[in-house]
Design a protein. Structure first.
Length: 203
């Protein structure tokens, strides 16, 4: 028996493996197996929900009801009923119902009823099935739903074919597609128009 143990030990030394290395390799294999299992569970949950979830997102799923304020460092997905303010440093995806203000890096609003103000550092996208009662402040806005409120857009505002806007809008550039409905005052601040005509006043 001792001879056998010595032979095994000698073989390990020749192959350059130690018990510590074997344990490390075994631990790595177990971790890989666990990671694959976690991936399969996540994929299954996504299939069962019928909707893809953003990795690492704070999610309020279908049928959930929440009252209170939410602050998140990562992405947020709302598909339930939420009463309160939502703040995130990353993307926010909204569907369902929300009463409260929303602030995020970029905001996608899809089939959502929202009563509150929307503020985005980047872009806001509102689809044809959404209704918003409140003001919107963003770098750019693509509106294809209904909004009753004022739009303050730093760059581009696009009113798509199903858009309805009841309120004032200001943007650097404004595009209105056929079929869009607008009632209010609209200002484009892409250039100083007064300066363009300053030399013409004497003629």
């Amino acid at each position: 028996m001792k001879l056998k143990d010595n032979f095994v030990q000698a073989a390990k030394e020749l192959m350059g493996t130690t018990e510590e290395q074997e344990k490390k390799e075994l631990g790595t294999m177990e971790q890989r197996s666990k990671d694959k299992l976690d991936e399969r569970v996540a994929a299954l949950q996504t299939l069962l929900n019928g909707k893809s979830a953003t990795a690492g997102a704070t999610i309020l799923g279908d049928g959930a009801v929440f009252t209170g304020n939410l602050e998140a460092a990562g992405p947020v997905e709302l598909r339930g009923i939420f009463t309160g303010n939502i703040v995130s440093k990353e993307e926010i995806k909204l569907s369902g119902s929300l009463i409260g203000d929303v602030t995020g890096a970029s905001i996608q609003i899809s089939d959502c009823r929202l009563k509150g103000n929307v503020t985005a550092q980047k872009d806001v996208r509102i689809d044809a099935g959404s209704v918003i009662i409140g003001n919107i402040n963003a770098d750019s806005v693509a509106l294809n739903g209904k909004v009753r409120g004022d739009l303050n857009v730093r760059r581009a505002l696009v009113l798509e074919s199903h858009a309805t806007l009841l309120g004032n809008a200001g943007a650097a550039t404004i595009s209105i597609q056929e079929g869009a409905v607008f009632q209010g005052e609209m200002k484009s601040a892409s250039a100083d128009l007064t300066a363009m005509f300053s030399g013409e006043e004497g003629q």
